[in-house]
Design a protein around this ligand. Structure first.
Ligand code: C5P
Length: 213
C-alpha cells in the first residue's frame, strides 16, 4: 500500500466507538487516534493553568502545541475535562489546529483508525470506510454509569444521563463541524448489539473496502 488506508469512526459519547476503534486498529495493525483526547488535552492544559475557557486565541495557541504522542485517556478522563473539551471544541481556530494534526496522523502507513465527531465529515472526508456508531441515550448513560462504578467511582444514573444529553446537544448543535453521520457512513446502532457483533459488521465492510484499495 502506498497510500494509508483510513477508517473513520464517529458517534456520540459512550456509543462504543472508542472500543470498536481500538479493536479494529489492533486487528488490522493500523495506528489509532482517539481525537477526543486532542480536545481533552487542550482543555486540561487550560484548566490546569486556570485560563478562561472562552479565550479562543489562548486555546488556539495551546492546540497548535499539542503533541499526539503522549495522549493518555486515563490522564484525561475526568468529567470536568470532557465538559471543558466540548466547550473549547466549538471554537473554529481550535478545530483548525487540531484537524490539521489529525489529518497528518491519518496519513501514517499502512493505515489508520480515527474516532471522534467529525472524522467522516471534515477530518477524512475521503476515507474509504466510514462508520457512525450510535446507541440510545439511556443505553449510553447506563454504560458510562457502570464504567464509573467499575472504577470505584460514585455516580447517580440520572445525572449521568442528563450530562450525556447536554453533551450531545452541544456536539450536535455547534455551527462548526457538528456531530452528524457523513452521507456515505454506515450506521451501527449498538443499543442492542454487543461489541463483538459490531466488530464483525465493521470487519465485513472494511475487508470489502480493502480488497478495492
Ligand atoms: O470523545 P470525547 O468524549 O473524549 O470528546 C470530548 C469532546 O471533544 C466531545 O464532547 C466533543 O465536543 C469534542 N470532540 C470534537 N471532535 C472530535 C472529537 C471530540 O469536537 N473529533
Amino acid at each position: 500500500m502506498t497510500k494509508a488506508f483510513t477508517i473513520a469512526i464517529d458517534g456520540p459519547a459512550a456509543s462504543g466507538k472508542g472500543t470498536l476503534a481500538r479493536r479494529l486498529a489492533e486487528h488490522y495493525g493500523f495506528h489509532h487516534l482517539d481525537t477526543g483526547l486532542t480536545y481533552r488535552a487542550v482543555a486540561r492544559t487550560m484548566l490546569d493553568q486556570a485560563l478562561p475557557l472562552n479565550d479562543e486565541a489562548v486555546a488556539e495557541a495551546i492546540a497548535l502545541s499539542v503533541s499526539l504522542n503522549h495522549l493518555d485517556r486515563n490522564v484525561l478522563a475526568a468529567h470536568d475535562v470532557g465538559e471543558a473539551a466540548s466547550k473549547i471544541a466549538v471554537m473554529p481556530a481550535v478545530r483548525r489546529a487540531l484537524v490539521k494534526a489529525q489529518q497528518n496522523f491519518a496519513q501514517t502507513l499502512p493505515g489508520t483508525v480515527l474516532d471522534g465527531r467529525d472524522i467522516g465529515t471534515v477530518v477524512c472526508p475521503d476515507a474509504p470506510v466510514k462508520l457512525y456508531v450510535t446507541a440510545s441515550p439511556e443505553t449510553r448513560a447506563e454504560r458510562r454509569y457502570q464504567e464509573i462504578l467499575s472504577k470505584g467511582g460514585q455516580a447517580v444514573y440520572d445525572d449521568v444521563l442528563s450530562d450525556l444529553k447536554l453533551r450531545d446537544e452541544r456536539d450536535m448543535g455547534r455551527s462548526d463541524s457538528p456531530l452528524r453521520p457523513a452521507s456515505d457512513a454506515h450506521l451501527l446502532d449498538t443499543t442492542k448489539m454487543d461489541i463483538e457483533t459490531a466488530f464483525l459488521a465493521a470487519q465485513k465492510l472494511i475487508d470489502a473496502a480493502l480488497a478495492r484499495h
